[in-house]
Design a protein around this ligand. Structure first.
Ligand SMILES: Nc1ncnc2c1ncn2[C@@H]1O[C@H](COP(=O)(O)OP(=O)(O)OP(=O)(O)O)[C@@H](O)[C@H]1O
Ligand SMILES: [Mg+2]
Length: 450
């Protein structure tokens, strides 16, 4: 097998190729030749170091195929063999480039326990900090190389995305924690203007970047990491929106909000104080539960004697399921989750409403406070990002982050007469009334008490 591969990096790409830091990031804006640089760097490492084990990751399979698999198949045709089951290129010198993706938080586990001298994270800001730190564990000596080699990771990145904050902290702001060595982190910034190839061959690309709304343009064209409004709920403040748990007065109205999926059951228990503040005091956040099982868990976690006025849940649970002919509502009700009501799942009004609840009022307090024991809600709410296309909506990916915030959205909507401003809403004992004489076990209808 022999083939000549011609590589002509621009000045910034050259600096990236030459960096041997433990962690090197490249880019910081759109179109700077990031994907090209990552791909070429890894190929050069594979060709130049016998037996080196390399892992190249993108967030989703689709991105991986478009951005790297297809270009690598053509580039390495005649230089390395592609094994599709393992998604890896094997070179005659024993080197290997494995391609992978981490769509969900747990996808990262498959790489733990393995060893790669080099790990490349393309679009690092699409990865969560947990995924990044899990991947650092497999970035180590594999035992296949004949020469000494210091393991390292390469990153490419743009501002925005779920990992905006950790990438910015490490590579842009350079704010380090006690166990982090500043010398390990190097950032080579490049803009579209550094990419001669693109400027000459596709000038329209720059025009498209110029036409973006201002904050996005600043971020994508000029690599401004501060202008980017990445977080969907920038108003979330851990000190103000969370509290230590306390004994809830028995007379406070309590209800549950449920976002069910086989991939995740997210259920929140919420108490309403007399001034209308919502306290999220318990959460269930577990993957892989079938409906009847999820219902059982919800009941198990609700102590006897804790009066739950209603459980608001996604309306799709009222559809009949093809397998059993029963609806999720029927299964959950039969399992003991009583007084279920359909959530108003209008997304944008729901997010607006949640924003109002998070807003700090004249007295310095929000209308929504979360007990610190609800770790998953506290973790995922500030990680939600803006949707790239629908203004005012939250991104649906990474999907894992959406479940608890969606349950919370159902919760606040259940306290809000549609079309009215939250802040003007007087406290109402119950927006859903369950003192109707009808049998509340089966066909409980939504009765709104405005
Ligand atoms: N040194 C180079 N030699 C030849 N082509 C290059 C070089 N650098 C970049 N390119 C080409 O420029 C185009 C844009 O580069 P690339 O896709 O790597 O940019 P990017 O920063 O990843 O862009 P995006 O922000 O859109 O992901 C691609 O067609 C790529 O092949
Ligand atoms: Mg790219």
């Amino acid at each position: 097998m022999s083939k000549e591969i011609l590589v002509c990096p621009n000045e910034k790409q050259k600096q990236f190729f030459e960096s041997t830091a433990r962690y090197t990031a490249y880019g910081g804006a759109r179109g700077g030749g990031k994907s090209w640089a990552m791909r070429m760097k890894l190929v050069l490492l594979a060709l130049g170091h016998e037996g080196i084990q390399i892992l190249l990751l993108r967030r989703t399979l689709g991105e991986l195929r478009e951005n790297h698999l297809f270009p690598l198949l053509s580039l390495l045709n005649g230089a390395a063999e592609y094994h599709s089951t393992e998604k890896e290129f094997r070179f005659p010198n024993g080197s290997r480039i494995r391609l992978g993706y981490c769509d969900t938080e747990s996808d990262v586990l498959q790489f733990q326990g393995q060893a790669y001298e080099v790990t490349g994270l393309e679009e690092a800001t699409h990865f969560t900090e947990r995924q990044f730190s899990a991947l650092t564990e497999s970035n180590r000596w594999s035992g296949n190389m004949k020469e000494p080699f210091r393991p390292r990771m390469y990153f490419t990145c743009n501002p925005g995305g779920v990992g905006h904050d950790w990438v910015k902290r490490l590579f842009v702001d350079r704010r380090y924690r006690e166990n982090e060595n500043p010398d390990d982190y190097r950032m080579i910034r490049s803009l579209v203007f550094d990419n001669k190839f693109l400027m000459e061959n596709n000038p329209d690309y720059v025009k498209t970047l110029m036409a973006l709304p201002e904050t996005r343009r600043k971020a994508m064209l000029y690599g401004d990491w501060n202008s980017f409004e990445g977080a969907f709920f920038p108003e979330f403040d851990y000190d103000k929106h969370t509290c230590e748990g306390f004994d809830l007065p028995k007379e406070w109205l309590k209800f549950r909000a449920l976002d069910y999926g086989l991939d995740m059951t997210a259920c929140l228990w919420i108490a309403v104080s007399p001034d209308g503040t919502l306290y999220v005091y318990r959460e269930l956040y577990e993957p892989g539960r079938i409906l009847s099982d999820a219902g059982r868990r919800i009941c198990e976690l609700t102590p006897a004697g804790e009066a739950i006025r209603y459980t608001v849940a996604s309306p799709d649970l009222w559809n009949r399921r093809q397998d059993s002919g029963k609806s999720g509502f029927e299964i959950l009700t039969a399992g003991g989750v009583k007084r279920m009501v359909k959530a108003d799942n209008a997304r944008i009004p729901g997010w607006r409403c949640l924003r109002e609840y998070l807003r700090i009022d004249e007295n310095g307090a929000p209308r929504l406070v979360i007990f610190r024991s609800c770790r998953n809600l506290i973790r995922t709410l500030p990680m939600l990002r803006f949707d790239e296309h629908v203004i005012e909506d939250a991104a649906d990916t990474p999907h894992e982050l959406t479940h608890a915030p969606e349950a919370l959205r159902y919760a606040v909507m259940s306290r809000t007469p549609s079309g009215k401003q939250v802040r003007r809403l007087p406290f109402t004992a119950s927006l859903y009334r369950f003192d109707d004489p009808r049998n509340d076990e089966e066909t409980y209808e939504q009765i709104i008490d405005y």
